[in-house]
Design a binder for this molecule. Structure first.
Ligand code: NAD
Length: 249
């Protein structure tokens, strides 16, 4: 029996980066994976690769999010794990003096409101089951300041962390664990795109990683699999840092 055998797992942003690596890891560990993405091509390819179900959805749209969890439940009969992970990178200049209100709002919508919507729509299923595990993707920037000045991004991830703590505490007695995953810099299209625009930024970031490199997405996926599994049965409301030592330095 594998650790995540038959666990019905919804992964948002499954078409790329951390979400894709997590879909692969969960499939390897026996889970039934529901891949959710806005991008039809990559999301469908991910689902095909892991033998899962694809649901195209915009995680900022409440009807779409409700449909995602209803589809997972109707297809497999339960929703055991939600990995609320879809997100976008900060605008080009995300300092408080430069970020416009529209860019600010967009980042909050995709990175924070989406997590609110996913939690809101998955918790009723988990409540009825009397169990479930939710992992929300925050970032190391949620727990410390960032010299790269990312105000809208950092604020959105701080919100994800606070919401995860709150829900972890609120629903603990109902068997639902909620944790915030806080990755350091991870070698994914999101990061590569950011650093392609500003190569010096990559060097500045790297200097601050005690392990001396960026994470591979598979290393983040390993942490998600742990948090979602019964191996993490006493972990809830936590900020789970997978950051190569940045926050400890
Ligand atoms: P990525 O760009 O490789 O993948 C993000 C996926 O989310 C894409 O497939 C994209 O299509 C999807 N997506 C975006 N908006 C969506 C929407 N509205 N509805 C549905 N799907 C949508 O990014 P990644 O690096 O894998 O990042 C995943 C998460 O990890 C994000 O929340 C990001 O903020 C967070 N994170 C990333 C890093 C890093 O260094 N890469 C570090 C810390 C946290």
């Amino acid at each position: 029996m594998q650790r995540l055998q038959d666990r019905v797992t919804v992964i948002t942003g499954a078409g790329s980066g951390i979400g894709l690596a997590t879909a692969r890891r969960f499939a390897e560990e026996g889970a039934r994976v529901v891949c959710v993405d806005l991008d039809e091509e990559t999301g469908r390819a991910a689902a095909a690769e892991v033998g899962g179900l694809f649901v195209r959805a915009d995680v900022t749209d409440e009807d779409d999010v409700a449909r995602v969890f209803a589809t997972a439940f109707d297809t497999y009969g339960s929703v055991d794990v939600a990995f609320n992970n879809a997100g976008i990178s900060p605008p080009d200049d995300d300092s408080i003096l430069e970020t416009g209100i529209d860019a600010w709002r967009r980042v909050q919508e995709v990175n924070l409101t989406s997590v609110y919507l996913c939690c809101k729509h998955v918790i009723p299923y988990m409540r009825r089951q009397g169990k479930g595990s939710i992992v929300n993707t925050a970032s190391f920037v949620a727990v410390m300041g960032s010299a790269t000045s990312q105000i809208s991004y950092t604020a959105s991830k701080g919100g994800v962390l606070a919401m995860s703590r709150e829900l972890g505490v609120q629903f603990a007695r109902e068997g639902i664990r909620v944790n915030a995953l806080c990755p350091g810099p991870v070698n994914t299209p999101l990061l590569r795109e950011l650093f392609a625009k500003d190569p010096e930024r990559a060097q500045r970031r790297l200097v601050h990683v005690p392990l001396g490199r960026f994470a591979e997405a598979s290393e983040i996926a390993a942490a998600v699999a742990f948090l979602a599994s019964d191996d993490a049965s006493f972990i809830t409301g936590s900020e789970f840092l997978v950051d190569g030592g940045i926050s400890g330095a």
